[in-house]
Design a protein around this ligand. Sequence first.
Ligand SMILES: [Mg+2]
Length: 187
Amino acid sequence: MKFGFDIDDTLINLREHAFQIYKKKLNQDPPLDVFHALNRVEIHEPFGLTDTEGKDMWESSLEEIYYTNCPAFPGAIETLMELNRNGHEIYYITARPKEHGERTKKWMKVQGFPVRDDHFFYGMQDNEKIHIIRKLKLDYYVDDKPAVLNTLTDDSVKLIIKDQSYNQDLEMDRVVEWAEFKELISK
Ligand SMILES: [Mg+2]
C-alpha cells in the first residue's frame, strides 16, 4: 500500500521544539501546559507576541527550528521503518518552503526515517497538497492540520489525523501514539 505523511507535527514534534527555542530567545518561561492547550497551530501567543510579531519570530528562527535536534514523536520512525520493511511505499508531503526541501530531506534521513529521493514532495501550500496526494493515488494520508485534511474528505484516500490540541474538533481516525498506528490501519 501507499502511505503518505506530513512531516511537521505529524512525524516530528516541531511546534514544541520551536516553543523551547522561543523560551530561550525571548527569555520567557511560559509553562508547557499552556502550549498543550493552544487551540491554534501558531505558538507565539503565550509569549505575548502579536500575529505579525509571531510570524517574524517564526521566520527569523526557521533555521534553528528546522535543522537542530527536533525530536520525532515516539514510535514514528519505528512505525515507518516497519511499513517500509513490509514492502509498503512511504511518501512525504510537506508544505515546507521549496528552499528548505532538499535539506529537510537530508535531515529526515539523518533522523532515521526511511526516505526515497523520489518519494519526497515539498514547497506546496497546505491547500495544494491535495493535487500530489491524488496523483500518487495514496491509500493512506496522515496530517495534523484540519485545513489540509478537509480538502481531501471526498477522495478515496483514507485519512488519519495526528492528534494535536488544535484539531480536537475534527472527527476522523486519529493517531494519538504512533505505536497505535498499526492497529488503526488494520481495522
Ligand atoms: Mg503538519
